[in-house]
Ligand binder design. Sequence first.
Ligand SMILES: Nc1ncnc2c1ncn2[C@@H]1O[C@H](COP(=O)(O)OP(=O)(O)OP(=O)(O)O)[C@@H](O)[C@H]1O
Ligand SMILES: [Mg+2]
Length: 347
Amino acid sequence: MPLVTPELAAAEGRSRHGDTLARRTARALRSLVASAARDTAAVTEAARAIQQPVTTGRQIAVTSIRGGSGKSTVAALLGLTYAHYRPDPVLAVEADPALGTLPRRLGATEVRWSVPDLARIVDPSMRITDLTGYLLPFEGGGWLLPGSQGSVGAQIDVGTYRTVMAAVRRYFGTTVVDCESLPAEVARTALVTGQARVLTTPATVEGVAATRTVLDWLGKVHRSMLPTTVVALVRTSPDAALDQARAVAQLETGGAAVTVLPYDRHLAAGGAVRTELLGRATREAAALLAAAVMDRAVSRERAPAGQAPAGQAPAGQAPAGQARAGQAPAGRAPGGPTQPFAGERAR
Ligand SMILES: Nc1ncnc2c1ncn2[C@@H]1O[C@H](COP(=O)(O)OP(=O)(O)OP(=O)(O)O)[C@@H](O)[C@H]1O
Ligand SMILES: [Mg+2]
């Protein structure tokens, strides 16, 4: 069924670049005279972190304590970044049945199969080609599983969520989950069972204070939780007056990493995220965020023997049906592109 009727789709405004023309022109001129060596080193390092191989599928939950704080946008940016950089299969799951926006953000125009539908039919004998028949492709080679068919009243319960996540873990090296806002039960389950988690936070004092409360709770769930958490401070308004340095210091306490996603006109307009229209700062922030998250998602594998592995789910909350090592697609990262989304192609 179509996500948006043709009449409504026609109401969508012109797609604009995230940076103004003046800004892009100034940059083009500057790049003629200035050395970009420092920028390139940071971007190369981010690409290395994003492309790290994994032995079992990594599952990354994106949630928040506030609605409208950028969860779906951040989940879409992470999915697009991983699909672009990583050689192993990438899946974006919408675990928000409330008419979420992830399918639109990833360019889907219709939905056929959703999380509850897949939960009813998955079985261990399925091959990845059987599974992808129920998924929608998105830019960069990623796959999308929507949360609902676009009708009010659909539900995803914890059992459904666990069934689907256990099934897909064998096939997808990286899975990004767009959750409902906390304290919804599925969001809490996703938060503590994944290998890394992202909390989106509006760039307001109230938003930061609320996220701090969630971090304090998360730190008590298990000591591995905060070191595998990344806070995305999202500037959804161009006029945010937040003191960024103080906000970051507040949020970092206890071990979480913090990445700031700048205000971007293209993201503010809604609709499909077209990576070539993202502002340069947005593209770099998305790459840094994806790198920070992947670093944390694989930190368990890197932990020296005898040391408490970070990213381990608390006892009793481990995801059901965890894949055995070697069963999941082991992502061998060949040298991939070193620019976020391969630069500003097709503009
Ligand atoms: N970096 C950004 N710059 C400008 N606008 C943004 C940015 N990130 C998100 N937005 C806008 O903020 C709004 C909320 O974003 P989004 O839908 O991603 O949040 P959400 O947390 O998924 O919301 P919900 O709780 O409804 O699921 C959207 O209108 C989106 O276009
Ligand atoms: Mg959303």
